[in-house]
Design a binder for this molecule. Structure first.
Ligand code: B12
Ligand code: SF4
Length: 466
């Protein structure tokens, strides 16, 4: 563990916000379901009692006020999960007939193995085989696929090279919210759209059938964490992309890796046997915090760097097949660290100030750049799915009219990228497409929408369609 983590509430044995003691003022309560449950469990009786009294004062008959539960005292040790280095949640072996039957965690697979495209074909076969007692997870995946409407697809995956890589984007949200994650969705669309990109992209989300225990999530008993598109195990992907929008949600990174049965530490992941783990989005703006855990971090916008990453890994798969996995990993990581916008923590030494903060980040070899700059792309380099959600749940679509902000408040990362505006014609055409599918709701997902030059025109064209 890097010193950067030492003593930080997020990464002590509590490992995350959800395990924090209610009276712990050092941690911030990030709004996620698990944390909310803890807080609401503690608050509900007190709130109920207050509502009961208020109704009584008004002469209204309210429900009998329940006894308030005592709040935890500072002396009461919080219930915490095992420390970060202890083995993750034990996963029972898979029982799905479609599975090879090996252990759930780290299934051995040769680096030269062909991936599973085209997606869905494998899932179809598995579904037929398990028709009578289809697993809860597969049923949920099927429901998701049935309810989704591809707005930028369908993708012609058959045009992909046969040994394409499997890239899986892990999204820490449930079904509805996962479709708001425009960053990974944009990359997903880009990868699947590009017939010259040697990879097929899939998603895995926080399925509602997952079991929550403290900080951890686990698949339903006897099952493994799978992707939506091909229903294949996440752990067998070649590349796993984790998107975290805010540093407060970094514990999701560990939660998702555990869920998939992928070792947390970069050093424990064997090249060719485990996926390469790539992080992206604003939560990784300070990548040093996760230096020991993430293989690569895409700084800024990932359209160019992610595609280059895929090409490097795809080439290496052939070239390094017979190489010692450790040397192969070292060589791939070194090559990746020369891709603009990719930061490979293993290639740098980070000097930390005793009281906190970074004094210097030095490359370990002259063969990697001394500085890595985030990538921010011109409008002509960004494709449609960066501005309009490529998938709808059948109820709503999402548009991102602006990128960045005209201002640059020191506490906010939105002032870092240059301010750019989505082409109005693109958004207009997207609204027309939504209308064709009878999709009534449009989410304008942009913190700086009031800076969009055509905001009135956009709202007017939306009104005229209603
Ligand atoms: C949609 C949105 C959400 C959605 C979805 C978030 C998500 N995970 O995508 C929801 C509603 C869930 C959400 C929640 C929150 N959000 Co929000 N959100 C946004 C918003 C409005 C749009 C983001 C977007 O879609 N951009 C367009 C896409 C295409 O770009 P992108 O996301 O940056 O993705 C690119 C890169 O980051 C990178 N990338 C992203 N993921 C990955 C993954 C891999 C593997 C790779 C290689 C690259 C990569 O490549 C992408 C393509 O170029 C932004 C404002 C903005 N315009 O950025 C705020 C913003 C990111 N949110 C913000 C905040 C504060 C929050 C919350 C903390 C709010 C709260 N108090 O609960 C939570 C935290 C969520 C979390 N768990 O981390 C702040 C962050 C401030 C900061 N960091 O300084 C922002 C900047 C808005 C603001 N100024 O307040 N948010
Ligand atoms: S989005 Fe708001 S907080 Fe962030 S830089 Fe712009 S004005 Fe400042």
């Amino acid at each position: 563990m890097t010193n950067a983590l030492a003593g930080h509430e997020l990464f002590t044995q509590q490992e995350g916000l959800n395990g924090l003691d209610f009276l712990n003022l050092q941690g911030s309560y990030h709004p996620n379901d698990l944390g909310q449950t803890l807080i609401s469990n503690a608050l509900t009786p007190t709130v109920n009692q207050a509502v009961g009294y208020a109704l009584g004062n008004l002469g209204l008959v309210g429900p009998p006020a329940p006894d308030p539960q005592p709040l935890p005292t500072v002396d009461t040790p919080p219930v915490v999960d095992p420390p970060i280095d202890s083995p993750p949640v034990e996963q029972p072996p898979p029982v799905d007939p479609g599975d090879p039957g090996g252990p759930v965690v780290d299934p051995p697979r040769p680096w030269t193995r062909s991936p599973t495209p085209p997606p869905r074909a494998a899932a179809e076969a598995e579904r037929k085989a398990t028709e009578t007692h289809m697993s809860r997870l597969l049923r949920e995946i099927e429901d998701i696929m049935k309810s989704e409407i591809p707005l930028c697809g369908p993708y012609r995956l058959t045009g992909k090279v046969p040994d394409s890589l499997r890239v899986v984007f892990l999204l820490p949200y449930m079904r509805e919210m996962s479709l708001m994650c425009m960053g990974p969705l944009a990359l997903y669309d880009l990868v699947n759209r590009g017939s010259d990109i040697p990879a097929v992209a899939e998603r895995a989300i926080r399925y509602s059938c997952l079991r929550a225990s403290g900080n951890r999530l686990a698949p339903p008993e006897g099952e493994v964490y799978r992707t939506i598109e091909s229903a294949s195990p996440v752990a067998t992907a070649d590349i796993v992309g984790v998107s975290i929008a805010n540093s407060g949600d970094l514990p999701s990174f560990f939660r998702l890796l555990d869920l998939a049965g992928i070792p947390r530490r970069s050093a424990d992941r064997v090249f060719g046997r485990h996926p390469l783990v790539v992080g992206g989005n604003g939560g990784f703006a300070n990548p040093e915090i996760l230096a020991d855990y993430v293989d690569v971090v895409a700084l800024g916008e990932g359209e160019a760097s992610m595609v280059e990453l895929i090409r490097v890994v795809h080439r290496a798969r052939g070239a390094h097949a017979a190489m010692d996995p450790e040397l192969a990993k070292e060589s791939v990581l070194e090559e990746l660290s020369r891709v603009p916008g990719l930061y490979v923590p293993a290639m740098y030494d980070c000097e930390l100030r005793p009281g906190g903060g970074v004094t210097a980040v030095r490359p370990r070899t002259p063969r990697v750049p001394a500085k890595v700059r985030p990538q921010f792309l011109g409008l002509d380099e960004l494709h449609a799915a960066h501005f309009v959600a490529p998938i709808s749940n059948g109820k709503r679509g999402v548009v991102v009219p602006t990128l960045g902000c005209r201002w640059a408040c020191h506490f906010c990362t939105l002032g870092v990228p240059p301010f750019r505006q989505a082409p109005f014609e693109l958004l207009d055409a997207y609204l027309a497409e939504l209308e064709k599918h009878d999709i009534a709701q449009v989410v304008i997902s942009s913190a700086t929408f009031t800076q969009y030059g055509k905001r009135y025109a956009l709202l007017d064209c939306r009104r005229s369609r209603n």
